[in-house]
Design a protein around this ligand. Structure first.
Ligand code: PEP
Ligand code: MG
Length: 570
């Protein structure tokens, strides 16, 4: 029977396809005595053999679809699987202690993993991660459960999951994954942001999708209204096919503005830029007529792999983006790891409050070799386009100053060596922590630009976790507190003759756009897929008229009042 589940619309569009559940199986191990160890060894050998066949298939698939370096990860896993130093102790344990294979495997794995992890050596730490991955696969075979493998999907599907990490999302194959829906998450969780840049319709925070949807069931993901329809009948399918067509037609209308400048009805220009996560995303940036890249989230270069990217790899990525953008501004944000963006291979201790913890610029100022490598790659790439460098999560002037000193030191070292570096790199910062918004007048003297990160600014100002749907009612972009902070930042920038942009999701929000235009925001950076819609909206708005309404809007007491005012006036 058809069932509708309400969630949060996270990425526009309609997807109709079969469900593919991406669910980690239960892998709990119990100790058991066994009577026939030979039989148990045979069972273990079979599980190892099956895992080998599976890994070979994944490796070949990765080679074709994702390239040599991703395939190498699985080649390394195959080596672990055939390593007698791991396999023999497991077999000895089964034989000598007469215990079940699952238990022996688990014990030996834990021993090796903790040994490698305690070594102060990155290579060994990576081996620990490999061993954990490979043995999990063997364990799944022993327990008779399956580990789902999204990289092997070869038909059109909708992914159903509890949650998707940003690196899970990055590995989704756009050809076959037509949409996704998750039990948890909000509009500004990074998997939602990535879905928008990948143009994959998505509904998040849908609470019961995993319990309500079986593998293979037909599912509609309505990323426009945030609904998931399970087992739709013919009539429902027809309705959604129509809705999809209407949406595509609307998109085609907006597409006519692809080569137009973004000007308001009274002829003021604002810049519409795009947020990207990988050089791959630039295709969509150009297709959607963006006037620049307002935020390149470089942390995605560091994710979905087992080691830090080298300076050369980073240089190539930054150079590609700068060259493809042909002189248009490209704001590259330095590594912003932390919060929901984890890097397991850095082996950082788990924290109680990761969004408030050791992350982003805090981590970079401590792990300076990693930071300096990134800065060198950026400085070297700067001659290939219009680069602007931006530091994330700046809370104090001292952090900004330290980051700038390190950047200038690396620039000087490169120049002394005779490496060419552009002399026109603007240096800016994200304003996403309330302290930096309140002190914007002080910061404005020491940067070339601000980019307001409302995704975090909202969660820190209202103390409402951006990933937690239970407090999503407090996550209020239009709360007067946020609008007042945004005004302070824009005014402070302008007073010093600097520009102010916004790269949080609020910049592409149709209720926020008229207000931001009136506040004098210079650059709006958003998911590439929102640009043409925003351009069309701004062309119908008068900036002067919006400015006249600002005082009224900022004196309102609630977000609801702001929303109803904007809706009734524009
Ligand atoms: C923000 O916080 O608004 C932002 C753009 O950065 P991120 O979403 O990557 O935290
Ligand atoms: Mg942020």
């Amino acid at each position: 029977m058809t069932k509708t589940i309400q969630g949060i619309a996270a990425s526009e569009g309609i997807a109709i396809a079969k469900a593919f559940r991406l669910e980690n199986p239960e892998l709990t191990v119990k100790k058991q005595s066994i009577a026939d160890f030979e039989q148990e060894l045979l069972r273990f050998d079979k599980a190892v053999a099956k895992s080998g066949v599976e890994l070979e298939a994944i490796k070949e698939h990765a080679r074709k679809e994702l390239g040599e370096d991703k395939a190498d990860i699985f080649a390394a896993h195959l080596l672990v699987l055939s390593d007698p130093e791991l396999i023999n102790p497991i077999k000895n344990k089964i034989q000598n202690e007469q215990v079940n294979a699952e238990f022996a495997l688990n014990e030996v794995t834990l021993m090796f993993v903790s040994m490698f992890e305690s070594m102060d050596n990155d290579y060994m730490k990576e081996r620990a991660a490999d061993i954990r991955d490979v043995t999990k696969r063997v364990l799944a075979h022993l327990l008779g459960v399956t580990i789902p493998n999204p990289s092997l999907i070869d038909e059109e599907v909708v992914i159903i999951a509890e949650d998707l990490t940003p690196s899970d999302t990055a590995q989704l194959n756009r050809q076959y994954v037509k949409g996704f829906t998750t039990n948890i998450g909000g509009r500004t969780s990074h998997s939602a942001i990535m879905a928008r840049s990948m143009e994959i319709p998505a509904v998040v925070g849908a609470k019961t999708v995993l319990s309500d949807i079986e593998n293979g069931k037909l599912v509609i993901v309505d990323g426009l209204d945030g609904q998931v329809i399970v087992d739709p009948n013919e009539d429902v399918i027809k309705t959604y096919e129509e809705k999809k067509k209407t949406y595509e037609a609307q998109k085609a209308e907006w597409a006519k503005l692809v080569n137009e400048k973004t000007v308001s009805a009274d002829d003021y220009h604002v810049e519409l830029a795009a947020n990207i996560g990988t050089p791959e995303d630039v295709k969509s940036v150009l297709k959607n007529g963006s006037e620049g890249v307002g935020l390149y989230r470089t942390e995605f270069l560091y994710m979905g792999r087992d080691t830090l990217p080298t300076e050369e790899e980073q240089f190539e990525a930054y150079k590609t983006v700068l060259e493809c953008m042909e002189g248009k501004p490209v704001v590259v944000r330095t590594l912003d790891i932390g919060g929901d963006k984890e890097l397991p291979y850095l082996d950082l201790p788990k924290e109680m409050n990761p969004f408030l913890g050791f992350r982003a610029i805090r981590l970079c100022l401590k792990m300076q070799e990693m930071f300096r490598t990134q800065l060198r790659a950026l400085l070297r790439a700067s001659v290939y386009g219009n680069l602007k460098i931006m530091f994330p999560m700046i809370a104090t002037l001292d952090e900004l100053r330290q980051a700038k000193v390190i950047l200038f030191e690396e620039k000087e070292k490169l120049q002394t060596k005779g490496t060419e570096v552009s002399d026109n790199i603007e240096i800016g910062m994200m304003v996403e922590i309330p302290s930096s918004a309140v002190n914007a007048d002080l910061f404005a003297k020491e940067v070339d630009f601000f980019s307001i990160g409302t995704n975090d600014l909202i969660q820190y100002t209202l103390a409402a976790d951006r990933m937690n749907e239970r407090v999503s009612y407090l996550y209020q972009p239009y709360n007067p507190a946020i609008l007042r902070l945004v005004k302070m930042v824009i005014d402070a920038a302008h007073k010093e003759g600097k520009w102010a942009g916004m790269c949080g999701e609020m910049a592409g929000d149709e209720i926020a756009i008229p207000i931001l235009l009136g506040l004098g925001l210079d650059e709006f950076s958003m998911s590439a897929t929102s640009i043409l819609k925003a351009r069309s909206q701004i062309r119908h708005l008068s900036k002067v008229e919006m400015k006249q309404h600002i005082e009224t809007i900022l004196s309102m007491s609630t977000a609801e009042e702001v929303v109803s005012f904007v809706k009734s006036h524009f």
